[in-house]
Write a protein that binds this ligand. Structure first.
Ligand SMILES: Cc1cc2nc3c(=O)[nH]c(=O)nc-3n(C[C@H](O)[C@H](O)[C@H](O)COP(=O)(O)O)c2cc1C
Length: 199
């Protein structure tokens, strides 16, 4: 029997039932529904619940090592990340960029980037960002580039963003949440089991 696809949403907002969490949840719900046949397990990790300290830049002295010199909740998060097939990173827009919580988390992923291959290698990834007015595209870019650089596979139409409560592209009659969910499931099915083959 095929194992269920495990999709983890990561919420980089301090608000656990805010705009970003709601958008993340919509995609996860669509994904669960779309993957009805094979089944999908979904979960949201709220970064605000975790003790994640700032990166100490051991890398600058070539002392960065997995699972990180800082002992905090990143070790349990690394274990969780090993189990997921697919990730959705979500951030509110803070000053035309990603949130500090999400940036800090991405910085701390550096320890897993010391592995050959990194844990992120071959994980299918999509992105969600919200903004009061504008700037959510920049937040997406700031998440997308590092994740791609760590070996994650960016899903087609990966950038789901809303400015002023309006999800981009809905004006064209597209449901971008549904499309992202569908593409995450379909791409995960294609690449599943190929983790480490891209390094
Ligand atoms: C520190 C801070 C900076 C913000 N910067 C921007 C911004 O540059 N552009 C914008 O449109 N909204 C900005 N906002 C508004 C948030 O992006 C918006 O309310 C977002 O949807 C909040 O997401 P959440 O409900 O998941 O926390 C900012 C909010 C905060 C708290």
């Amino acid at each position: 029997m095929n194992k269920k696809i495990f999709i983890l949403g990561i919420n980089g907002s301090t608000r656990k039932i805010g705009n970003t969490a709601k958008l993340l949840k919509r995609v996860l719900d669509y994904a669960k529904d779309y993957a009805k046949k094979e089944g999908a397990k979904t979960e949201i990790l709220h970064l605000i619940d975790k003790d994640i300290n700032p990166c100490l830049s051991c890398l600058a002295e070539e002392k960065c090592k997995y699972p990180c010199n800082i002992k905090d909740d990143m070790q349990e998060i690394f274990e969780l990340l090993k189990k997921v097939d697919c990730l959705i990173l979500g951030s509110p827009t803070y000053w035309y960029s990603l949130s500090g919580l999400m940036k800090n988390f991405i910085d701390r992923l550096t320890a897993q980037d010391m592995l050959e291959p990194p844990i992120m290698d071959g994980k299918v990834v999509g992105f969600v960002a919200t903004a009061g007015l504008e700037g959510s595209q920049q937040a997406i870019t700031q998440m997308l580039i590092p994740l791609s650089s760590m070996g994650a596979i960016v899903v087609p139409y990966s950038d789901l963003f809303s400015n002023a409560g309006k999800v981009w592209r809905t004006e064209l009659g597209i449901n971008p949440e549904k499309r992202l969910a569908k593409n995450l499931i379909n791409l995960t099915k294609i690449v599943n089991g190929k983790q480490g083959k891209w390094f």
